[in-house]
Ligand binder design. Sequence first.
Ligand SMILES: NC(=O)c1ccc[n+]([C@@H]2O[C@H](COP(=O)([O-])OP(=O)(O)OC[C@H]3O[C@@H](n4cnc5c(N)ncnc54)[C@H](OP(=O)(O)O)[C@@H]3O)[C@@H](O)[C@H]2O)c1
Length: 304
Amino acid sequence: MANLQASRLFSVQDRVVVITGGGSGLGRIMARALDANNVSKVFVLGRREDALRETGAQAPNSSVIPVQCDITSKESLEAAYKTVASQTSHVDLLIANSGIMGPLMRHPPPAADGTLPSLSAVRDELFSVPMEEFSNVLNVNVTGSYYTVLAFLPLLEAANKRRNAPQAGVLSEPTAQVIITSSIAGFIRKVPFSYAYNASKSATTHLVKMLATNFAAYDIRFNGISPGLYYSDMADHIFSGAGIKDAGISDGSFPRDMIPATRGGSEEDLAGLILWLASASGGYVNGNILVTDGGRLSVVPAVY
Ligand SMILES: NC(=O)c1ccc[n+]([C@@H]2O[C@H](COP(=O)([O-])OP(=O)(O)OC[C@H]3O[C@@H](n4cnc5c(N)ncnc54)[C@H](OP(=O)(O)O)[C@@H]3O)[C@@H](O)[C@H]2O)c1
């Protein structure tokens, strides 16, 4: 009979993890959660060194190692890979989490009497966003995630080579895994913020599926997480727009027709999800997109 105690099921002890965007928001929460549960090393990647160091300062078990990296540059990714490879023989889990919202790209609102804005007003609004800014969102969220995965493949393969030979009747250790942070925006057709952001997250979700299929033969698993609304630098304008002055994690923070849970996602919500996925109990999960949104997708109109 297996030992089904939570401390064993969800153990991430001694894992080596790389997280992009680890200097803020969701990436920082995931780094802190892994550090608090005795991973061996968490390399946090991002452009701002001071932010990465601050994540380290908030992680009492000293497993967090900052590595400056711009995921839109192959040279920078290669340099970060070499820095990580000089400090570990393998990476059990890569979390490609960096992302940007980019400029708002939404239709002007209808008039008070419900009259739609004219098409030329819609055109003026949307056409005013420079093409480069649209492309930049795709570049960071999709292209950057893709090249991050490619950069770290050898260290993920090295993690698989360390696995013990299978023994009959004994649960094998999980294979190496990549988690990519997508968003529920990737399922939503109505544009709350930006055409580019939603399109990029839809592409990110599909990228997870394609990678899971094409790397299955190499025993590398790919999963995605699709958060709804979690307080972060990126989401700050949504919270302040709703008149919320904190992280909005208590019931009643948001209207039920926006988020059925009536609150934003918490550090605990995300930490629990990532510990499960990173642990042996998550070892049978592959090619999945895990939605963590308090039920928001269930009430947003026009989803796939
Ligand atoms: N918060 C939410 O409600 C929510 C919901 C759904 C999905 N998400 C997704 O969650 C992920 C994290 O976002 P967040 O909410 O935590 O916002 P955030 O605090 O703004 O984090 C974004 C991170 O991405 C990094 N980044 C941006 N451009 C980069 C680049 N070129 N190279 C390397 N790193 C880069 C940033 O670090 P540097 O600036 O230091 O490079 C930053 O740490 C994103 O993919 C986002 O789309 C968030």
